[in-house]
Design a protein around this ligand. Sequence first.
Ligand code: KIV
Ligand code: ZN
Length: 514
Amino acid sequence: MKMNDHVLIFDTTLRDGEQSPGASMNTAEKLRIATQLEKLGVNILEAGFPAASDGDLEAVSRIAGKLGKTEVAALARTSKNDIDRAWEAIRHAVKPRIHTFIATSDIHLEYKLKMSRDEVVKAAVDAVKYARTLTDNVEFSAEDGSRSDRDFLCTVFEAVIAAGATTVNLPDTVGYALPQEFSDLVSYVNTHTPNIDKAVLSVHCHNDLGLATANTLSAITAGARQAEVTINGIGERAGNTSLEEVVMSLVTRNNSLGLSTSIQTEYIHPTSRLVSMITGIMVQPNKAVVGANAFAHEAGIHQDGVLKNPMTYEIMKPETIGLSTNRLVLGKHSGRHALRSRLKTMGYDLSAEEINLVFTRFKELADKKKHVVDEDLEVIVTEGILRTADIFKLEYLHVTAGTTVLPMASVKLDVNGRPMQGAGYGNGPIDAAFNAIGKLTGTASELLRFSVSALTGGTDAQGEVTVRLRENGLLALGRGADPDIITASAKAYVNGLNRLEYLKTHPVKESIVL
Ligand code: KIV
Ligand code: ZN
């Protein structure tokens, strides 16, 4: 067992995180997130599953070519074809890692794989041996490890380490484990796998019972030295272990745990926002560490205490995760230099051209709103810079509504460079705007969910709208923000329609989604 006090952070936001319903991202969006994750300081970034689709392969390969210091991992089942595709995608990375996996639990063997234990060991060993002919950095995962027979798990780990695996990963694939049980399992693996000292022992937890962070931390205290995590805990079903919870637990409770990571914690909040803006998956307000209310003190007695000494009720400082306490950042007369420096602190390194674009939009917003705060800037950056290749663009929206008129909306869209205008009626102004946009785009999507929230306090706050759309079995989320919630809604709808269009040309192969 390799025991030191450093925990490797393996981020799988772009692979397991992308398996969140409706979270599919395009290549440019994935590159943005990958660049941000490198700044954040993750050690290994799992960029995707290249066998799933050509789009995945291309995105992984672009990320591999871009990152300068982070290990880039690609997922592969144990087949030669999957491993070849993974290698093709990451071979140009500074530090490539092939991550191959097969299930080890009896229930998966009997019903899913229809393989015997011996056959599984052979498939795992052959895959690792083959991957080792391509790179000396090979990770093996025992899918459904937490529900596998412990001795069989150790047999598999021993065999793959002998075959050359440099990391062995123990996933709680279905989020079934309990913290004590999981730490016992990690200890058992550590003491019953004779060659475990030749590999890094990793864990990968899912959050079906809300225990992913607790299980990951108990595994770490039992000797695991790699944690597989995602930003905001996004991922398959109830999600994965959240990076920010594990890292901030290690930082905040260093007195008890004595373990470090290489994460630059001041990038946690900007990275969380970036992932949320790009995926359209909102962070629940009471989410640990990165939720909007994580540092908001409501009760008078708490506010009083915090004013006297923040440590009375705050166990972490907001600035440690990059959340400025001075949130009033810029006004109408602020200059380009102040804007650039604020964006840099927030984790956005933009080109001169991008800064110009943000500056123009910032001035427009500052005309409508007294103070432009971090969240507003994030919206400008993510809407103006990070969204790419949209087919539909909202050019103009005018609504009439009130207590005595039939709500009506007239809309102008740019559809693939062609201006189009139209009007629609509805039950209310948002319904009218959606009807007009639906007619103009000729799309037949169904609106499954509509939610609106205020990004910041005050009546001049930006409204943030999320919609969930379905068309021909494809699901997409759309998001928009604006001081006017009708405009924010229209932006969200148009964004959702663009995402649906993207999915039509980049289908996710359902059969191959893990
Ligand atoms: O949850 C899981 O088991 C996985 C593996 C592929 C690591 O995501
Ligand atoms: Zn997983």
